[in-house]
Design a binder for this molecule. Structure first.
Ligand SMILES: [Zn+2]
Length: 95
């Protein structure tokens, strides 16, 4: 398992979706993959991702992957991406 949060500390991959002025950032799903990669067995391991986004009040928000991230993760071996939509609602994208 790897965990990732959105942040501005790493080299930008593309423009983020936060409202406070668009800043280049790494989306949480890519960061999580970077954290988990060392635990994958073998170079061609496949993996599944579960992504949850909470707002500052702890409410569950939509965390569907953006097209850029999903395409990158698919190329890296991601087989399914489960994401929060709202409290109690989940979506899943498979490759
Ligand atoms: Zn993204």
């Amino acid at each position: 398992m790897g965990a990732g949060v959105n942040g501005c500390f790493e080299p930008p991959k593309h423009w983020g979706y936060h409202r406070k002025g668009y800043r280049p950032k790494l989306h949480s799903e890519i960061r999580a993959f970077a954290n988990a990669r060392r635990r994958l067995v073998g170079k061609n391991s496949t993996f599944h991702i579960v992504n949850v986004r909470l707002d500052k009040d702890g409410a569950v928000k939509n965390s569907a992957p953006c097209p850029n991230c999903f395409e990158l993760l698919r190329e890296l071996g991601c087989e399914s991406f489960t994401y929060s939509i709202s409290e109690g609602n989940w979506g899943i994208k498979t490759t």
